[in-house]
Design a protein around this ligand. Structure first.
Ligand code: ADP
Length: 441
């Protein structure tokens, strides 16, 4: 059969084309929002830095020359020797730890998976071993005078340090020549067939309670592991949680992650926001994001609508938080249990109590990942489903497509239908063994 590499291997109907266009539009919108978020984050980091600089200046003993305008701050060091730069330390990294990197030519690219804000992810094959991997090519800005992005450094360093079955594995980093000052750096990651966001979007029925329990158990184990190693992910969401065809969940995308300490460092950027595990729990149950606010004010009112309002009783010190005083709160809508139980009807009493704790506004009332693992929800029936019994899904990353419900598709066996009108992808997919697991019954 003649193949056209640029085209899908399934026949494309008008509906398919419209659907693809819709997906493309959604993807572009997602990319735009992510870029905006990255920009906001950078601006916040800059602001934070300048705030700290100013605070440090204020803390200096007076020299009696305060009225004199400040000298413009020099950004680049006066000397090339970082040891001589006051207040900076040379990054202690042994070369043998980072180098040598193999060339990207050791891999053959098979197909693109997704272009995110920080990298282009594709499926590739190791030429030597034939192992299938995911290649995440990091975007670096050659004009950035700060050099190789610190977020990329963190992502590599943190993934190298992680070794847990619920955290995506980094096999190696590879380089490719580029026409900029830096070579292009790619992460070679274990290939995982799905991300949870795509699975939730495509499935026609929700995960059953025992499957949700297994997913939550794996997610919590992964988070407990990284927290135990003083790593904060800072970008947990269903599109960054991967699921393979053997039912194993892997936390991915450590592009926003960083090391923390106990007590936490005081230079954490304030505007970094991430979903709490409770939001992901709810998204698994409902197949859509829990709080879908159109803007910040709408978002916060949606949060308060479900979990109630912060008060001095259950969140002492809340009023001292920045901007808390200007927040005009409506009347307390009653106990949170009265809203959680009717909303999550598939959850047992223990499940609802875990959800309530996870969604607590006061961070001190939220269980840690380690505490969560001891919660009665995980011990009661139904037990978490064995990973091997998980349903499998056609993988988009693998270029497989799930048949969509086609309202106008001709019924099977309808003799009036001409062969050319039959949706071939639908016919092929119904005989794909992978789809067997779709029956959740
Ligand atoms: P970015 O940091 O640019 O957002 P991500 O690491 O989040 O990039 O990856 C973007 C998407 O690529 C994910 O949502 C997922 O669909 C896919 N992806 C990421 N890592 C893998 C992997 N190891 N295997 C398969 N697909 C992956």
């Amino acid at each position: 059969m003649a193949s056209n590499p640029g085209k899908s291997r399934w026949a494309e109907t008008e509906e398919d084309v419209a659907y693809e266009a819709k997906l493309k539009k959604q993807k572009e919108e997602k990319k735009r929002l992510k870029a905006e978020k990255a920009q906001r984050l950078q601006a916040a980091e800059e602001e934070e830095k300048s705030r700290r600089r100013e605070a440090a200046e204020r803390a200096k003993p007076s020299t009696g020359v305060e009225d004199r305008p400040h000298k413009k701050r020099r950004i680049s060091p006066e000397t090339d020797d970082p040891e001589k730069v006051v207040g900076r330390k040379r990054l202690k990294t042994s070369l043998s730890y980072w180098a040598p990197c193999r060339s990207e030519r050791n891999y053959t690219k098979l197909n693109d998976i997704e272009e995110g804000t920080y990298g282009l992810v594709s499926r590739a094959k190791d030429n030597g071993t034939s192992r299938i991997v995911a290649l995440k090519r990091l975007k670096t800005d050659s004009k950035d005078r700060n050099g190789f992005p610190v977020t990329a450094m963190r992502e590599i360093k943190i993934l190298r340090a992680c070794d847990h079955r619920n955290v995506v594995k980094l096999f190696e980093t590879v380089v490719a020549a580029s026409d900029t000052a830096f070579p292009t750096v790619s992460l070679v990651l274990e290939f995982v067939e799905h991300d949870l966001r795509s699975v939730l979007e495509d499935m026609t029925e929700t995960f059953v309670p025992s499957e949700i329990k297994r997913l939550m158990l794996q997610l919590t184990s992964g988070v407990a592991y990284i927290h135990d190693h003083y790593i904060l992910h800072r970008d947990l969401k269903t599109s960054n949680i991967l699921l393979n065809n053997r039912g194993v969940l892997k936390i991915a995308d450590f592009g926003m992650a960083r090391y923390t300490s106990d007590p936490p460092p005081d230079n954490l950027t304030s505007l970094v926001i991430t979903l709490c595990i409770g939001c992901i729990f709810a998204e698994l149950l409902e197949r859509k994001a829990l709080f879908r606010g159109s803007a910040e004010a709408d978002q916060i009112s949606k949060i308060f609508e479900l979990v109630g309002l912060p008060s001095e009783d259950d969140w002492p010190g809340f009023r001292r938080l920045p901007n808390a005083k200007s927040l005009k709160l409506p009347r307390q809508p009653g106990p949170v249990e009265d809203r959680i139980r009717p909303r999550f009807t598939d959850l047992t009493k223990a499940g609802c109590s875990l959800m309530r704790d996870l969604l607590s506004l006061n961070p001190d009332n939220r269980p840690t990942a380690k505490e969560m693992l001891q919660h009665p929800y995980f011990g009661e029936v139904p037990k978490p489903k064995a990973e091997a019994l998980f349903p499998t899904f056609p993988s988009k990353a693998n270029q497989e497509r799930r048949p969509r419900k086609e309202p106008h598709a001709p019924a099977r066996g309808d003799r009036a239908v001409k062969l050319g009108e039959i949706d071939v992808s639908h016919l092929l997919a119904t005989v794909t063994p992978k789809l067997k697991g779709l029956d959740f019954g």
